[in-house]
Design a protein around this ligand. Structure first.
Ligand code: AHR
Length: 533
């Protein structure tokens, strides 16, 4: 047995390594695990199941906003079918308005009578005209319809501290003050609750091409003007963090501004080829790109581990300052993650519209398991993006709507939200392709906040090999096991507007429990969530 760099014990042996490249096997291979219910860890922050919706392509316009006069059923302009589907996910937090769009967005253009709002060009995403009909009031209406929390990203790149300060006042102040009065004039008496505020997006790139030293100072300056108008609800401040493995960015940010932030972000996308020029198709791929996509996804673990270690070091070295919360731990906020493919043939390239297959379901499950493992540091994650953009939950075509395989993973995994992390010590064979291997089984467990059940989620990365997993339940003797499985006959299976339910969860009958032993027959290319009670 060798220990896989990602922390799981792995490899059954060279024989399997050679054999697994052919799909000749029919019998299951074996894996084992110990679920340590007797060694509970931190709470898995529900915000790890967060979302991101940017003014990009058909994400907001058509995907969410159709306007009150649309024949598509809507509530005050927000489409009802999409809201109903998203509500089933118990979305904890929604990030808006960008992305790159955030640093060219001027919030005052998006308030007041819609027919009088000025237009702008969305330079990043297709150069289309943005008419600002979806602005602050519409976004906060969406947040309220979804029953979620707002995470707003402010404009540092082309905005001013005054503009940011006034936006926060507009949204959150109850005073008789210029901005709060303007909000009232626009029809909203009560302030909104904005629990999370991002101070810039990708300032190293589309947000202003800044060096970390410069942005760290800018962060300190802008952050000063993000006021807590309601002191009983202090805003959680998120600084814009690194791209992928830019560890120096994290080092500088933590050193210069670490004690003035609650969260620091990280962006990492999975590209099947690893190349931005030709990323790979969403649906037209072979096993080579299935494998490389999952392998590249697992890199998230290394990135979080290394950025966290830098944060640990900075926190250990920092002298607590006089400001409130000076001793706290900074959360790592993975506020953009997911697959990024070549845009769908025939779609507008700048709109980042892509299909979503069973492969994306595996990508989502693997990422969630990584976030759970780092629950002591990762306080939030936001998949990019909710509707019609990148690894979306929902695709729409005018009045039609479908749920993607990724949607179903969010729906199945919502039981983990705010659960207590329970370590799973896994011994998994590798899934090997082209001489390289990744663990075939991925697993994560939590105990529900109300103690009613323990949930174990599993993924089998092999497109062709079933696994029999035997789990010792340490400190747990459930009487009942039930569950659901997401799989399909082919690795590129996906839902279309003609066949919207081709990939959807089904009842899972492959698990049995006896005493403290659980046995699971995990199908190839599958995601399973079990409830033990
Ligand atoms: O999610 C699409 C884009 O990816 C975002 O606008 C940007 O922050 C990132 O580069």
């Amino acid at each position: 047995m060798k220990r896989h760099p990602l922390g799981a014990f792995t490899i059954l042996g060279v024989a399997l390594l050679l054999a697994a490249t052919s799909h000749a096997q029919t019998s299951d291979v074996a894996a084992s695990a110990v679920l340590r219910a007797d060694q509970p860890g931190p709470v898995v922050n529900k915000n790890i199941y967060g979302h991101f919706a940017e003014h990009l392509g058909r994400g907001i316009y058509e995907g969410i906003w159709v306007g009150p006069d649309s024949p598509i059923p809507n509530t005050r302009g927000i489409r009802s079918d999409v809201v109903a589907a998203l509500k089933e996910l118990d979305i904890p937090v929604l990030r808006w308005p960008g992305g790159c769009f955030a640093d060219e967005y001027h919030w005052r253009d998006g308030i007041g009578p819609r027919d009088q709002r000025p237009s702008m060009i969305n330079t990043h995403w297709g150069g289309v005209v943005e008419d600002n009909s979806f602005g602050t009031h519409e976004f906060m209406d969406l947040v309220e319809q979804l029953g979620t929390d707002a995470y707003i990203t402010g404009n540092v790149g082309s905005g001013t501290p005054q503009e940011m300060m006034e936006w926060v006042e507009y949204m959150t102040s109850d005073a008789i003050s210029p901005m709060a009065n303007l909000r009232r004039q626009n029809g909203r008496e009560e302030p909104w609750h904005v629990p999370y505020f991002g101070i810039a997006n990708e300032p190293w790139g589309c947000g202003g091409s800044m060096r970390p030293e410069y942005y760290a100072d800018e962060y300190r300056r802008y952050n000063t003007f993000v006021k807590n108008y309601d002191r009983s609800k202090p805003i959680y401040r998120i600084a814009a963090g690194a791209s992928v493995d830019d560890y120096r960015w994290t080092e500088v940010l933590m050193g210069v501004a670490g004690r003035r932030m609650d969260g620091l972000s990280l962006h990492y996308y999975t590209l099947p080829t690893g190349q931005w020029r030709t990323k790979g198709s969403a649906t037209d791929f072979g096993e080579d790109l299935w494998f490389s996509t999952l392998q590249r996804t697992l890199r998230m673990d290394e990135l979080i581990t290394k950025h966290s270690a830098i944060m640990d070091k900075a926190e250990a070295e920092a002298k607590p300052g006089p400001w409130p919360g000076a001793d706290k731990k900074v959360g790592l906020v993975v506020d953009e993650w997911g697959t990024w493919y070549d845009s769908e043939p025939g779609s507008v390239p700048g709109f980042l519209y892509q299909q979503n297959t069973l492969r994306d379901a595996l990508v989502a499950a693997l990422n969630f398991h990584i976030f759970h493992r780092h629950a002591d540091r990762v306080t939030m994650a936001n998949i990019a993006q909710t509707v019609n953009v990148l690894q979306a939950m929902i695709l729409t075509d005018e009045e039609k709507m479908l749920r993607t395989p990724t949607y179903w993973v969010f729906e199945m995994f919502k039981v983990h939200q705010d659960g207590t992390f329970l370590p799973v010590e896994l011994e998994s064979p590798d899934y090997v392709f082209g001489g390289e291997g990744i663990p075939m089984v991925s697993a994560s467990a939590t105990r529900a906040a109300d103690g009613s059940a323990t949930h174990l989620s599993l993924a089998n990365t092999s497109p062709s090999q079933a696994v029999t997993l035997t789990v010792e339940l340490a400190g747990l003797a459930p009487r009942v096991v039930s569950g659901r499985v997401l799989t399909a006959p082919a690795m590129d299976a996906h839902n279309t507007f003609d066949a919207p339910n081709a990939v959807q969860p089904a009842a899972f009958t492959g698990a049995t429990v006896e005493g403290n032993t659980l046995e699971v027959k995990l199908p190839a290319r599958s995601v399973v969530v079990l409830a033990l009670s």
